[in-house]
Design a protein around this ligand. Structure first.
Ligand code: GDP
Length: 177
């Protein structure tokens, strides 16, 4: 792996958006480092993490950006969206409001991001099934109407996290290559 870095074929910037506390940071921690921490917010400010993977025999470096608390102040700026080829719209399936806000986040995304951006709707915290406030069908219907990919995840239990990131990255690869 000595010159592994020199061999990167693609770098894909993907942004995480959605209300505060839906689990964006933990989804990223799970994907990038296979970690989860109950008490997560150490820093405030835009941050990203990378993970290198192979898609169709090409080395793809995923650069995943997390708002890291900025969404609380409606301070997500156009710099955050600049160059992004993918976006993950995350809601908490136990918080109806976080799903109802998806339309607003989508509008924000369509105002600031490239029009060909690949968008994935993610209902996180599916481990909390008994507290579910957003039926799968509601999210599916919204995703279909808005032409988004859709998946339910748990960062806590690592359910569908890998699949979700692989799906969006593979779709980006399909469009770009
Ligand atoms: P963010 O503000 O969207 O980045 O949300 P965080 O990643 O900081 O998560 C907010 C809270 O939800 C934290 O207490 C996490 O431990 C918790 N959390 C995140 N993902 C999950 C999950 O999949 N299941 C459960 N039960 N809790 C989660």
């Amino acid at each position: 792996y000595g010159d592994f870095n020199q061999k990167i074929d693609y770098v894909f910037k993907v942004v995480l958006i959605g209300d505060s506390a839906v689990g964006k940071t933990q989804l990223l921690a799970r994907f990038a480092r296979n970690e989860f921490s109950v008490d997560s917010k150490a820093t405030i400010g835009v941050e990203f993490q990378t993970k290198t993977l192979v898609i169709d025999q090409k080395i793809v470096k995923a650069q995943i950006w997390d708002t890291a608390g900025q969404e609380r102040y409606r301070a997500v700026t156009s710099a955050y969206y600049r160059g992004a080829v993918g976006a993950m719209l995350v809601y908490d399936m136990t918080k109806r409001q976080s799903f109802d806000h998806m339309a607003r986040w989508l509008e924000e995304l369509r105002d600031h991001a490239d029009k060909n951006i690949v968008i994935m709707l993610i209902g996180n915290k599916c481990d909390l099934g008994s507290l579910r406030a957003v039926p799968t069908e509601d999210a599916q219907e919204f995703a279909q109407r808005e032409n988004l990919f859709f998946m339910e995840t748990s960062a806590l239990e690592a359910t569908n996290v890998e699949t979700t990131f692989l799906t969006i990255l593979t779709e980006i690869y399909r469009i770009i290559s």
